[in-house]
Design a protein around this ligand. Structure first.
Ligand code: PXP
Length: 237
C-alpha cells in the first residue's frame, strides 16, 4: 500500500485568484494530515502563481508528517530549499506558459543543470527525487547523477482515452518501476491520478508513495478536505 502525499497547491490557487488570505494551504495541509495523509507536497514556482515563500516557511514549521517541495532546478530554488530544509525536494520541469507540470524532467537533455542542483541539494542534506517520464534512459541518468528517488509521471496513463492505451501506459510504468529498483532507486508516482484511475497504480507494490493534488483539492471543495483525503486513502489501501 503506497503512502499518500497531498499536494495543496490549488488551495493557494483559489486564494491567489482574489489576492486575499483565504483559503489557506497551511490549514488545508493540517486537515489533510489529520485525515491520515502521510505527507504534504507544495510546488514553489518561479512565477509564484500559487504557493508563496511564506507558505513554504510556515509549512516547514507546521507539517508533522513529511514536506516534499517541488521546484525547478534553478539556483534561486536550490538556495531557498537549502535554507528551508524540506524533508525532500522533487525536481520538476517548469515552463511559464504551462497550466501544470506537463511532462517529466529531461534529465539527459539538461544533465549539467540537473546534476548541479542534485549535488547542491544533497550537500545541504536534502533527499532528492526527480520527476521523470517512465523511460529507462531517464531512470538510468537519474541514478548516474545521484538522485535518491524517482517520481514516475503518470500523466499519460491518467489521460489515456482508451482502455488499450491505458493498459500500455500502465505496463510502461510497471516496467519502469522494475528498472528503477534495479538501479537501487526508490520509486514514487504521480500526476493526473484521481478517484477513478488511482487503483491500478496503487496496486504496484514497489511504488512507495503517490503524490496527488488536483483531484483531492477538487473533491474537497464539495465534501471537505477530511473526507476527500479519507476516500483517496481507502482507494490506495
Ligand atoms: N507530482 C508532480 C511532480 C507534480 O508536479 C504534480 C502537479 O503539481 C503532481 C504530482 C500532482 O498532480 P495532480 O495535481 O494532477 O494530482
Amino acid at each position: 500500500m503506497p503512502k499518500l502525499n497531498v499536494n495543496v497547491d490549488h488551495v493557494a490557487t483559489v486564494r491567489e485568484a482574489r489576492g486575499t488570505n483565504e483559503p489557506d494551504p497551511v490549514l488545508a495541509a493540517f486537515i489533510a494530515e489529520l485525515a491520515g495523509a502521510h505527507g504534504i507536497v507544495v510546488h514553489l514556482r518561479e512565477d509564484r502563481r500559487h504557493i508563496q515563500d511564506r507558505d513554504l516557511h510556515i509549512l516547514r514549521q507546521t507539517v508533522k508528517t513529511k514536506l516534499n517541495m517541488e521546484m525547478a532546478a534553478t539556483n534561486e530554488m536550490v538556495t531557498i530549499a537549502s535554507q528551508t530544509k524540506p524533508d525532500m525536494v522533487t525536481l520538476v520541469p517548469e515552463k511559464r506558459e504551462e497550466l501544470t507540470t506537463e511532462g517529466g524532467l529531461d534529465v539527459i537533455g539538461n544533465i549539467k543543470t540537473v546534476s548541479k542542483a542534485v549535488k547542491r541539494l544533497r550537500d545541504a542534506g536534502i533527499f532528492v527525487s526527480l520527476f521523470i517520464d517512465p523511460n529507462s534512459k531517464q531512470i538510468k541518468a537519474s541514478k548516474e547523477i545521484g538522485a535518491d528517488m524517482v517520481e514516475l509521471h503518470t500523466g499519460l496513463y491518467a489521460n489515456s482515452n482508451s482502455e488499450s492505451k491505458r493498459d500500455k501506459e500502465l505496463r510502461k510504468i510497471e516496467e519502469s518501476v522494475g528498472i528503477a529498483l534495479d538501479q537501487e532507486l526508490r520509486v514514487t508516482a504521480g500526476h493526473g491520478l484521481d478517484y477513478t484511475n488511482v487503483e491500478p497504480i496503487a496496486w504496484i507494490e514497489e511504488i512507495e508513495e503517490l503524490n496527488i493534488g488536483h483531484s483531492i483539492i477538487s473533491r474537497s471543495v464539495i465534501v471537505g478536505m477530511e473526507q476527500a483525503v479519507s476516500e483517496m486513502l481507502v482507494l490506495c489501501s
